[in-house]
Design a protein around this ligand. Sequence first.
Ligand SMILES: [Zn+2]
Length: 388
Amino acid sequence: MRPPRTGINRAPWLRETAVTRIAVLSLLVFASACASDPTAPESPPAGPPSVPPPDPMVAVDTLHPAPDDFALARVATADYPIPPEARFLDGVNVCLDPGHGGQASRRGYKRGPTGVREAEMNLRVARYLRAFLERAGAAVRLTRDADVDVSLKERAAIANRWGADWFISLHHNAASKPTVNRTTVWYHRDVDHRPSSLDLARHLYRGLRDALALEQITGLPLKSDQLMFKNGFGVLRHARMTSALCESSFFTHPDEEQRLRRPDYNLREAYGLFLALVRYAAGGLPRVAALTDPAAPIRAGATLRFTLDDGLRGRKAWGSGRTMILADSIAVRIDGAVVPHRFDAKRYRLSVVVPEGIAAGEHTVDVRFENMFKHSALTPPFRYRVAE
Ligand SMILES: [Zn+2]
């Protein structure tokens, strides 16, 4: 006989179901309470805490690391021989100016597509170039030897105070088009402003071309800084000596940016610049010395006397008794206007008569000439004061 369906038989099932439902409901309520309660403990994380990846556009030390003696250990090895002409750099004062620095916190400032900083590559090339130059006997100063910001005016002032023969600003270039990659070297103002700066720029360009051998060239690799700014580049404007600014290659070019990270590539660039300066010095660095003291006041009709140095005679090589100054290249300017001169080719003496009617006060006297290597005199204009 089938047992009757009674309330007694159904009651346990009903009770169990009710208990289960209440328990599930309680759990749900508890869980939702936990989720909404800010004071409740969080569930333990699955792995290590997630940290946002570092921003490469504010990173410092973006170059591949290199040991401190990286350049020194390679100077004068078979890969980087010091040519015998390097001895003509002995006694030359070279001021190297690694562009930028100290502004890593400016997000993306002067950086390549993956964040490599121009300031860092400029400094490394400068340090490596210093190693080569000092080995050759040149005296070298850097306008900065750390990741610090130095004003453009102060960079030039460092070279001016020291009495540098050459001021060389080291940069790498940027373009909105990532495919652009070529070498340019910049001079101040126009070609007649300071002809020796063209000599420097021309040699530096040749050295960079040979060392980097970029696939692209521009038809005019020597550029006036007035193409960029009306008054030119600040560093070149304030420098009172033979000076140029290198834009060796483009860090905005993705492949070039990765090359510029590498110490061996930085060293190759520095070596190219070094050989450029060796070739420049080897062709002689002409200079002018004043025999008429610029500190003493002068008068109209007076004769100013100078000694020219072709930068070659002192070597006492066979043939150095001959004239190595191109007579037609000699020009004397007083306040920018050419005045007549007399040149004694045997004694290398130059004389100029102060024009009648010259006004009292300070005047610049600029003596220019070229030696047989077509190198222009480095000496900046003299300043004479005409008495009342
Ligand atoms: Zn730059």
